[in-house]
Design a protein around this ligand. Structure first.
Ligand SMILES: [Zn+2]
Length: 269
């Protein structure tokens, strides 16, 4: 979803984008990654029928997603500078770059990325918008109520933690330095969640339009509601965000506006 945001923000003429993503392009990404090519995914080497050594080589030679982001911003021709960080968001340089932004678009599913972005947004008073899509599929393979969602986050609106959007157990496992354990948490049963580019576009389109209005002063009073669109039913629902006064991030004794006074929760180098 982040690549759609990069594509559109570049064409809207944003001056600089900080893009953080540790992943490389994989063949399974090509259906939903604008600007990515078969060569970026090294599809000629990573076919499931090929020997493991060849697929490992293909994965090593495949393009980092942040470099695809750089390319599509350049091709947009509006002079957007891309500061690319092919690392986990908890990297010191990446986290500091995020803390210097005017607006954060959060398209990451990982709990550590959500947790850190939530803190940076409040600690450095940076408005944020989180985007997501859910395609529920039951054990029998039946698709349920598909929805796309965008959730604005401001210091006074209630945070992602209060909205129970940061899974604590997932956060604990992901923060473990054991990479294999972290990867297992990312992918659960090994079946990635279904992802469809047109559904992603619904959430990202609304989010980027909101960013556009915010940056150009065109925002009417949009309010802090989290908005879900259910395309199968053609229904849109707004949910008021929750705010817990005791929240360690957005609560009365939280991190709001503390800036550099408290360190970010990053692993020691
Ligand atoms: Zn909170």
């Amino acid at each position: 979803m982040g690549m759609l945001a990069v594509e559109w923000l570049s064409r809207l003429g944003v001056g600089e984008l900080v893009v953080v993503d540790p992943d490389r392009v994989e063949p399974t990404n090509l259906t939903r990654l604008p600007g990515a090519r078969s060569l970026d995914a090294m599809s000629i080497l990573t076919n499931a029928d090929f020997p493991e050594w060849m697929r490992t080589l293909g994965r090593k030679l495949s393009t980092h997603k942040v470099n695809v982001a750089k390319r599509i911003a350049r091709q947009a021709g509006q002079g957007t500078k891309v500061s690319a960080h092919a690392v986990d968001a908890r990297d010191q340089g990446a986290a500091e770059a995020l803390a210097s932004c005017d607006y954060i678009v959060l398209a990451a599913d990982s709990a550590v990325a959500r947790h850190l972005a939530n803190i940076i947004s409040h600690q450095y008073l940076i408005p944020m918008i989180q985007v997501g899509v859910k395609v529920p599929v039951d054990d029998a393979g039946k698709v349920g109520s598909v929805f796309a969602v965008w959730r604005p986050v401001t210091p006074d609106s209630g945070c992602l933690r209060c909205a129970e959007l940061i899974d604590r157990s997932k956060l604990a496992v992901e923060a473990d330095p054991n990479e294999q354990q972290r990867r297992a948490a990312d992918y659960g049963t090994g079946q990635p969640a279904p992802s469809v580019i047109s559904l992603n576009a619904i959430a990202v389109s609304h989010a980027i339009t909101r960013v556009l209005f915010a940056l150009t002063g065109l925002n009417e009073d949009l309010g802090p509601s989290h908005v879900r669109v259910y395309p199968r039913q053609q229904v849109q629902r707004a949910v008021s965000p929750r705010k817990d006064p005791a929240c360690p991030v957005c609560g009365d004794r939280g991190l709001i506006a503390l800036g550099d006074l408290v360190p970010l929760p990053l692993p020691r180098p």
